[in-house]
Design a protein around this ligand. Structure first.
Ligand code: RUQ
Ligand code: CUA
Length: 658
């Protein structure tokens, strides 16, 4: 299909009609069809470039953060078809996540850590997804995503597209854009956004902000066999109380290093009703904030050598130790920066400032030389050395108003979203990205998008080998682009053809859920660990055979005092046993095995009045524990339309009154 599209790309519609016309039922009618629909040649071309014929697959998966919905949405590119929503921080009834199953409930509860005095959290603000990598390239094993609201991080297993773990990050309360994985997924990084008191009570008055509040850069070690977080081998680096924002990992030449933007290095705390200025006024007072430059490889050695403190169960390198050991440096960056993105070769670190029309490109080699030569312009108030700006900058490009985030292609170009201008700027990087000296750091073109773009993504754009081909603009406003659906408008993903010259928008995709923040795009065929069907009796939480699995013929109910354990099988179109008799007040443990082996033969399990709903995929074992608090006769049923006799797939939970 791609070859056909490549053939027709750039052709005028008449040529398209001539080439394909003989094969179509409309007989030479493509040009006529386009004309009768009122399409321009360019629009007809765009339709052909995004069309994926029924039954064929997209070239890419796009994993989009779901924002307050707490989910990850999976799209196909270039069709922009929504393939799935993976529930992460919020319950999802269809997938039985958070409605009574031990698996879903345990994962969701994983983030409600006592050290924050958190009450049970029923939502998360899913922000920045990070696909796992091997040698700086997506490997399709896992995806990590943070909860901006509550400072948590989750792991989704791409074998079955299910959330397997949520952890609460000690010493961190909120986390915005500081998520990335290191090039071999040694660590998933997450930094704090708003600094928090380091006092024992977790409280300190804002008058003590400078002394008591601190930020943290967290390096969550990843178990290479399972993708789970390995808290014992994780560590944090204490940071000054600035607002640490977007972050990215060094790669290739800058392997072993990480970069975090910051703003509000002024340490404004607001107080506009207490005689002070609003936070925004104080936070933009200085001309420069600080790019944090962190040597994580060396930090891991410092921790291994025992040079850390344990705070709230986490190994922490205190700020002074980080300075003494040469783990942390600052470079000035134009005020209130937003995105920081490392180029594919790892040589350039691109910073965009919300309030500066330029992107500033730092050179990693120059940073290393400046550190070596102690080429500092001073230190910040906490003693962190600040590198000389002029010594570490490779170039600046004036791109437009409100630059936010940057992505890359394979030809040495960078693409930066412009929020205020509602546009994307394409420009060249420098010689280390293969650009001739005379062409370096020049604006190539700007394409308008609709409207108020936040992030953008190019195919495999965060790897050492971006594909180019497609770019998606993640627009916060859609305004007039779609028929009115009320006062809350959808957001708008716009697919852009990176091979067209000038850049061309191919497709508008309204997003009726959200709000999406960052997305990543990976080649479909890289997800080699994908399961189609679980091996019989699998517990998805461990991906091993469940101790509660049953085979056909082994179904049984065991009682011990007031505890009832039922081992149930599900197959088209019955549960065995299909009558469960318990007494009011009993503890009921249901262990349901879907004994089907056929792909897609999923059954549901819903119990009226008990808020129980499970999805049991073929081969899967689901455990449901509850107390039979309500007496009565409850007709449980399979909630997935599984077969011709799906409606007959029901049974009785009889709770006899005490
Ligand atoms: S950053 S509100 Cu991803 Cu532009 Cu977030
Ligand atoms: Cu099983 Cu419906």
């Amino acid at each position: 299909m791609v070859a056909v599209l490549a053939l027709v790309a750039g052709a005028v519609i008449g040529v398209v009609g001539a080439r394909l016309g003989g094969e179509t039922a409309t007989g030479g009618g493509l040009a006529d069809l386009a004309e009768s629909q009122g399409f321009t040649g360019q629009q007809a071309e765009a339709a052909l470039k995004t069309f994926v014929p029924p039954g064929e697959y997209d070239d890419y998966y796009m994993f989009a953060s779901g924002g307050h919905s707490g989910q990850i949405m999976v799209y196909g590119v270039p069709s922009m078809r929504l393939l799935k929503e993976i529930p992460v921080f919020t319950p999802d009834a269809w997938q039985g996540y958070g409605y009574g199953t031990d698996q879903g409930n345990t994962v969701l509860a994983g983030g409600t850590n006592a050290d924050k005095n958190a009450t049970e959290l029923a939502w998360g603000d899913a922000h920045h997804p990070a696909l796992s990598e091997t040698e700086g390239d997506y490997d399709g094993r896992w995806i990590y995503i943070n909860d901006r609201a509550n400072g948590r991080i989750a792991m989704v297993d791409l074998a079955d597209f299910k959330t397997k773990e949520i952890v609460d990050i000690p010493n961190v309360s909120t986390s915005h854009g500081g998520v990335f994985v290191t090039p071999n997924t040694e660590y998933a990084h997450i930094s704090s956004m708003s600094p928090m008191p380091t006092t024992e009570s977790g409280y300190a008055d804002l008058a003590d902000y400078n002394e008591s509040y601190r930020g943290f850069s967290s390096w969550m070690a990843i178990d290479q066999a399972t993708g789970h977080f390995d808290l014992e081998n994780s560590f944090q680096i204490e940071l000054p109380p600035y607002t640490q924002d977007l972050a990215d990992a060094g790669k290739l030449t800058s392997y072993g290093w990480g970069f975090i933007n910051s703003y509000n290095t002024e340490r404004a705390v607001g107080g506009n009703a207490e005689g002070g200025d609003p936070l925004e006024t104080g936070a933009i007072a200085a001309d420069f904030d600080f790019l944090h430059i962190i040597n994580w490889e060396k930090a891991a050695e410092v921790v291994e050598a025992g040079n850390f403190e344990v705070r709230n169960g986490m190994r922490v390198i205190p700020l002074q130790t980080a300075i003494d050991e040469g783990l942390l440096y600052f470079a000035p960056e134009p005020r209130n920066p937003h995105g920081v993105d490392v180029s594919p070769t790892g040589d350039y670190i691109v910073v965009s400032g919300k309030l500066d029309p330029n992107v500033t490109v730092f050179d990693f080699e120059k940073i290393q030389a400046a550190i070596e030569a102690q080429d500092f312009q001073g230190t910040d108030d906490y003693g962190v050395p600040i590198l000389n700006f002029d010594s570490v900058v490779a170039g600046q490009v004036e791109v437009g108003v409100g630059p936010l985030h940057t992505q890359f292609d394979a030809e040495g170009n960078a693409y930066t979203s412009l929020f205020v201008d509602s546009a994307i700027a394409k420009y060249t990087l420098g010689p280390k990205a293969g650009v001739a000296e005379g062409d370096a750091f020049k604006l190539v073109e700007t394409i308008p998008v609709h409207y108020n773009i936040g992030h953008l993504v190019t195919a495999e754009g965060d790897t050492v080998a971006p594909d180019g081909k497609y770019m998606v603009a993640l627009n916060k406003w859609s305004l007039d682009r779609f028929p009115n659906v009320g006062t809350l408008h959808p957001q708008n993903f716009q697919l852009i053809d990176l091979d067209s010259n000038p850049l061309q928008i191919l497709y508008d995709s309204p997003i009726g859920n959200g709000e999406p923040h960052y997305v990543q795009m990976i080649k479909t065929d890289k997800l080699t660990s994908r399961l189609d069907v679980y091996p019989p009796g699998t517990d998805p939480m461990t991906m091993t055979t469940s101790e509660f699995a049953v085979a056909a013929g082994d179904e049984r109910v065991e009682r011990s005092g007031n505890v009832v354990d039922a081992y149930i099988s599900a197959t088209r179109s019955h549960f065995t046993p299909d009558i469960l008799r318990v007494t009011e007040g009993d503890t009921v443990n249901l262990h349901i095995t879907n004994i089907e082996t056929a792909s897609d033969a999923t059954h549901g399990f819903a119990v009226p009045q008990y808020n129980i709903e499970a999805s049991i995929d073929p081969g899967e074992v689901v455990n449901i524990s509850f107390t039979a608090t309500k007496s009565g006769s409850f007709a449980f049923y399979c909630s997935e339309f599984c077969s011709a006799l799906h409606l007959e797939m029901q049974g009785w939970l009889l709770v006899e009154p005490k």
